[in-house]
Design a binder for this molecule. Structure first.
Ligand SMILES: [Zn+2]
Length: 467
């Protein structure tokens, strides 16, 4: 944290060469990461990182300088470096900084210090034992723990002063089951913007046991049939498809570049009318939840698509200024003080629909049910996607039957949105494991109810299924 008087001085310096807006972003990050691999604690890393970035706006020209020192000389140097792109004398003045409050609170009920490092490592050890106890087929187990506190302060020359103290707790597990030459890997995690109460609300031992059980079951999986067929996608983590193949294209930078399928489509039908999609940065405890975004804008809930009609994009400050829009949607996010913000999703999901999930499966004569997905690939600016299922089942005459290996689903996000013809009433967000990469890493949540895609291209049996 820096004093208000120093922030004002730095902002004055940043404005000296004619900028119309200047900002200081200060960050203090501490973390602890534990990783257990093959029954051994491989990693126990404590991290600490602090610094500040000065951003200066000359109309649409934006310059940035950052420093890992928070003393006056370093901050003034950063301000001069960022301001050096200008060549006029100052017209803009710093308006008095007034701290803005947020009605949003994400309380930490059990602080990180309430468990010792040894206790945290002990939990990873018990996860390892629990997974191996499920069966001799489990040949590899990993477990990981992360606690992260990212405290940010932001000041800008329009008088904005905000603070957001973000705590995250995360657990990850990975199991590999092997029988003869067949391998089956499952990796899952859970977490949120919470303290160690996460571990009381979720049973890590039970979860990794369930993963091991499913990995063993999937050893009996049959190769996935290829071709065009009906695909039913699970609730929760299944929402990663919407995030990657559609959500990114609703981020304002893709919109203003004109590279998105959704450019110029506000008010038009872009999805089946049974689909409503939302980005909500205000959900208690979620990974993507914020009090203020990294531009200093209050977090908000934004309806992106309402009953099939495109309503809004996700904006940050830079893109708002580019098009002369007054209010950002609070989607400006940055990986750290070393980065400038860009428009990013927060917690993004397809909203509740009207069908019982069982009814959706029963409606399928022949198709596949995707119960779990590993990462996939999507061209985030066009929405073409390939997702690999870690867990999938054949649907025959309305019933889940044979487990399938190597199922991949191909398609185009904007096209798929128009085609989805059933949306379940079982909305869930993912367990809290989503990390989005768009040049910078950002914690996000994804979600959806069970959905049905009447016709999608399924293919490519990769019989190793272990990579
Ligand atoms: Zn993403």
């Amino acid at each position: 944290m820096i004093e208000k008087a120093l922030a004002q001085k730095v902002l004055h310096e940043a404005l000296r060469t004619g900028a119309d807006l200047a900002e200081i972003y200060v960050e203090d990050v501490v973390s602890l990461q534990l990783r257990l691999d093959d029954s051994r604690l491989e990693q126990a890393v404590r991290g600490a990182d602090r610094g500040a970035g000065v951003r200066v706006f000359f109309g649409n020209l934006v310059t940035y300088a950052f420093t890992d020192q928070l003393d006056e000389a370093s901050l003034m140097n950063a301000a001069r470096a960022a301001a050096s792109a200008g060549n006029q004398s100052s017209k803009t003045q710093v308006i008095d900084l007034t701290e803005r409050k947020s009605p949003l609170h994400y309380p930490v009920e059990k602080p990180f210090e309430s468990m010792s490092v040894a206790e945290k490592a002990g939990l990873l050890g018990r996860m390892d034992e629990a997974a191996r106890a499920v069966g001799p087929q489990i040949v590899q187990v990993t477990a990981g723990y992360l606690e992260l506190r990212r405290h940010m302060w932001l000041f800008n020359s329009e008088g904005v002063q905000v603070e957001d103290d973000r705590h995250f707790t995360e657990m990850r597990g990975g199991v590999v089951a092997r029988r003869n030459g067949t391998l089956q890997r499952i990796n899952e995690g859970f977490g949120g913007r919470v303290g160690l109460e996460l571990l009381e609300r979720n049973d890590a031992i039970e979860k990794i046991g369930s993963m091991a059980g499913r990995a063993i079951k999937m050893l009996d999986a049959k190769p996935c049939p290829a071709g065009d067929m009906t695909v039913v996608m699970c609730n929760g983590w299944g929402g990663v498809l919407f995030h990657e193949a559609c959500g990114h294209q609703m981020e304002a930078d893709f919109i203003t570049k004109g590279s998105s399928a959704y450019t110029g489509k506000i008010g038009q039908q872009v999805a089946n009318p049974i689909i409503t999609a939302i980005d909500d940065g205000t959900i208690p405890g979620r990974r993507g939840s914020l009090r203020f975004d990294d531009d200093g804008t209050p977090a908000q809930r934004t309806v992106l698509i309402e009953k099939g009609i495109l309503k809004e994009y996700m904006w940050d400050l830079v893109e708002c200024r580019r098009v002369g829009r007054t209010q950002s949607t609070g989607n400006g996010r940055r990986e750290s003080y070393r980065h400038m913000p860009m428009p990013r999703m927060t917690n993004t999901f397809i909203d509740q629909g009207g069908h019982d999930p069982q009814e959706i499966i029963e409606s399928v004569e022949k198709g596949i049910y995707i119960a779990g997905m590993a990462g996939g690939q999507a061209d985030i600016s066009k929405g073409d996607y390939v997702f690999n299922a870690t867990e999938a089942y054949l649907i025959e005459k309305g019933k889940l039957t044979t487990p399938l290996r190597g199922a991949t689903v191909f398609g185009n996000g904007p096209k798929t949105l128009l085609e989805i013809d059933m949306v379940g009433n079982d909305l869930a967000l993912d367990p809290g494991q989503g990390m989005c990469g768009k040049g910078q890493a950002a914690r996000v949540s994804v979600g959806q109810p069970t959905i049905r895609i009447p016709r999608a291209t399924v293919g490519g049996t990769d019989d190793s299924a272990g990579s």
